[in-house]
Ligand binder design. Structure first.
Ligand code: NAD
Length: 420
């Protein structure tokens, strides 16, 4: 098993390679490896949806329960035109390690629907959301599998889904899904939780690397939920200067620093960061190669590869996106001395506050935002330090160290349950 096949940028093969590398470090027996390398359950569903023009279209969706040794599975739902089962499998695997790394009593799952929300009306989006939940309703529930938002899904989509599931089971089951609006049992602090959690790990990483965040510069790829909040939090928490930002339409930069408030307003008005007042345009590749202290990756998978890793000048990479760096690029970055805060540590703030949301839903008692931030900071800081110590102990990069911490816990749970 040690000579694992090339990943050819398939996200699931990358996820499997990462598991295998970690299993080698830990010297795991074959039975444990086999379980860790494969999803426990996966569901492929198709469902018809009535479109606004009177036609009926058949959509395809997936839900994967990757590993539930530590508890009910947890993970977001993506709406994306290029969604594939291998992407969902990889994301579900990463959720397993993420929940374990943060020591949450949860397993990992993920879901997706092949559709393009940019081409759908609001009503079509609602019908797809509800139809997908009807299709997967036997496989989800507060004690079974709890979805959440991901790329191109949001609190409104979660609200429709919670409503649909509650109608199916005949009771108020808002705990079936997290990332809901506050009025439907959402948690305070969930909106910016992913980025905020990432900023807590960045604070610790900057201490380790010796960077003063007040004097530092940052560039950000992706300006949606994760990237947008990262920009405003880096500015407000640390006073870090944002030099450049890009989204799917292209990028903008300003050497004096971009005003995040203006950029957010511009994006709201035009749906793009391009041509924001006081900025110049740049390409995605130019952004990644910019002279900056911090690079935040907050878009999609496979952004940093063996082709561009060498061009990166940042000292710290903040991986808010899932799987933005290929294993080949990881080696190059490690050799260059770039401190990578790996995805399933860095972006674990979202699932951590989602877990707080599950706890609050179960108790029907809600904490205030300050308490959420305090609890989140404690969990993220602890996880970062555990990963850092493990990377020093085994002399391995931060991603491999995160795998070691997370997988050891999952293996222990599997042993205790008698699976191996
Ligand atoms: P989002 O849809 O709100 O934002 C995605 C952003 O990436 C958009 O600005 C989009 O324009 C941009 N983008 C898409 N393709 C691009 C490309 N080729 N080049 C440059 N930019 C591009 O999604 P999000 O919720 O912010 O998620 C972003 C990443 O963070 C994903 O990998 C997701 O899995 C991960 N993540 C999100 C959360 C969360 O709570 N939102 C939690 C954990 C991980």
């Amino acid at each position: 098993m040690s000579g694992y096949p090339a990943t050819d940028h398939n996200p699931f093969r990358i996820a499997q390679k990462q598991i295998n590398d970690c299993a080698n470090i830990l010297g795991l027996e074959l039975s444990a490896r086999e379980i860790l390398l494969h999803p426990r359950r996966e569901f492929h569903v198709t469902f018809p949806v009535h479109m606004d023009d009177g036609t009926v279209r058949l959509f395809k969706g997936y839900r994967v329960h990757y590993n539930d040794a530590k508890g009910p599975t947890k993970g977001g739902i993506r709406f994306h035109p290029e969604e594939t089962i291998d992407t969902v499998r990889a994301l579900a695997a990463w959720m397993t390690w993420k929940c374990s790394l943060l020591d949450l009593p949860l397993g990992g799952g993920k879901g997706g629907v092949i559709c393009n929300p940019k081409e759908l009306s609001l009503r079509e989006l609602e019908r797809i959301s509800r139809a997908y939940i009807r299709a997967i309703s036997p496989f989800i529930g507060p004690e079974k599998d709890v979805p959440a938002p991901d790329v191109y899904t949001n609190p409104q989509v979660m609200a429709w889904m919670a409503d649909e599931y509650s109608s199916i089971v005949g009771t108020h089951q808002f705990g079936v899904i997290t990332g809901k609006p506050l009025q439907l049992g959402g948690s305070p602090g969930r909106g910016d939780a992913t980025a905020r959690g990432g900023m807590y790990t960045l604070r610790e990483a900057a201490r380790e690397v010796g960077i003063d965040l007040k004097q530092a510069t940052m560039v950000i790829q992706g300006f949606g939920n994760a990237g947008g909040y990262a920009a405003s939090l880096a500015e407000s928490m640390f006073g870090t200067k944002i030099l450049a930002v890009c989204d799917s339409s292209g990028g903008v930069c300003c050497q004096k620093g971009i005003c995040v408030f203006d950029l957010q307003q511009h994006k709201r008005q035009t749906s793009s960061v391009l041509y924001c007042h006081g900025t110049e345009c740049l390409t995605n590749d130019e952004l990644l190669a910019m002279d900056t202290d911090i690079l935040v990756l907050a878009a999609l998978e496979n952004t940093v590869t063996e082709k561009n890793a060498d061009k990166i000048k940042a000292k710290i990479i903040v991986e808010l996106a899932n799987g933005p760096t290929t294993p080949e690029a990881d080696e190059i970055l490690y050799d260059k001395g770039v401190h990578v805060i790996p995805d399933f540590l860095c972006n674990a703030g979202g699932v951590t506050v989602s877990y707080f949301e599950m706890v609050q839903n179960a108790y029907m008692y809600y904490w205030d935002e300050e308490e959420i931030h305090r609890k989140l900071d404690a969990k993220m800081t602890r996880a970062y330090r555990e990963v850092l110590e493990t990377s020093k102990k085994y002399n391995i990069n931060m991603r491999k160290a995160a795998y070691v911490v997370a997988i050891e816990r999952v293996v222990e749970a599997m042993k205790l349950r008698g699976w191996i």
